[in-house]
Design a protein around this ligand. Structure first.
Ligand SMILES: [Zn+2]
Length: 297
């Protein structure tokens, strides 16, 4: 999705590698904060107080033992005080967030849409891991994400540029060209939200009708409403498709490995919707272009 080909080098004179190092470090620090969010938000605990402590001996973690990824490696994955093993999930989340930040920078480049995309992806990563661990997608993340998406879709056409929102160049939004751009952009956000949230709601309703169980939580609906508002209807449909595809592949592997085929269990589908969303943000436009060139005569 290289829409505005601004580079750090042309904008500031700094070599491109500086940008990559900066977003990697930023991603690792944000990932460290996400570990706190993932752990505390579902339990409705404050994400500011108290400071992180060892879950076993309750010793507060010193700032020099709280360097993303590095500290875990230096300490050999153990608490400095009681030697209790620290889950590799912590450095994994930090490393993953750092690598995602690098990927986004590589795809989007040095422009205002980079900053808003990093915030968006950070929220999605937190939802993925919270769903994996607690099987919920908390309202305290999905609701603000929706408000955020609407604000971005409103503010960009007014203050910066709307060319980042690719849905504006496709039907049905092209029919509204005589309206102010900010209104079309906002309409695109609502449409994307209805497509994303509506589709998930429909799947849940049909499933309940057929099987009599709630397979899809309302959290998935709210999450995809927010994603739809941010990405627009085209990239949102792709997100759901990529999510369903990755979910099916991983689901088959899991069911194949565990002999008891418990298909009634609630699926933490937010994980796969989140993966689909990130892939769609990163490579969506390229994927759609490739698909149309390859399969549509
Ligand atoms: Zn300890």
């Amino acid at each position: 999705m290289k829409i505005l080909l601004a580079s750090l080098e042309t904008a500031t004179g700094l070599p491109e590698i500086v940008g990559f190092i900066f977003v990697f470090a930023l991603g690792a620090i944000v990932g460290s904060f996400l570990n706190v969010v993932i752990h505390r938000v579902p339990n409705e605990e404050s994400i500011v107080f108290p400071n992180s402590a060892c879950p076993k001996c309750k010793t507060p973690i010193k700032f020099y033992d709280n360097i993303p990824v590095l500290s875990w490696l230096i300490l050999g994955g153990k608490c400095r005080n009681c030697k209790e093993a620290i889950s590799p999930r912590y450095p994994a989340v930090e490393l993953l967030t750092a690598l995602l930040y690098v990927l986004i920078y590589w795809q989007i480049g040095f422009n205002p849409y980079l900053a808003v995309s990093l915030v968006f992806v950070t929220a999605i990563v937190s939802l993925i891991f919270i769903d994996a661990e607690h099987m919920i997608l908390p309202n305290v993340i999905t609701y603000p994400l929706l408000v955020y998406a609407l604000l971005v879709r409103l503010a960009f056409p007014l203050l910066l540029s709307a060319e980042y929102f690719t849905d504006l160049y496709f039907a049905p939004l092209t029919y509204f060209q005589h309206y102010p751009l900010w209104l079309v952009s906002l309409f695109g956000a609502v449409l994307g939200g209805l497509v994303g949230g509506g589709f998930l709601w429909l799947v849940g309703a049909v499933w309940k009708l057929l099987r009599g169980v709630d397979a899809m939580g309302l959290g998935d609906v709210k999450m995809m409403f927010a994603v739809g508002a941010f990405l627009g209807w085209r990239l949102t449909i792709l997100s759901i498709f990529l999510g369903a595809f990755s979910g099916a592949v991983i689901g088959i592997l899991v069911i194949y490995r565990q002999k008891e085929k418990d298909l009634q269990a609630q699926i933490p589908f937010g994980i796969f919707l989140g993966i689909g969303t990130i892939l769609s943000l990163l490579f969506g436009e390229q994927l759609i272009k490739w698909y149309l060139e390859t399969f549509v005569p």
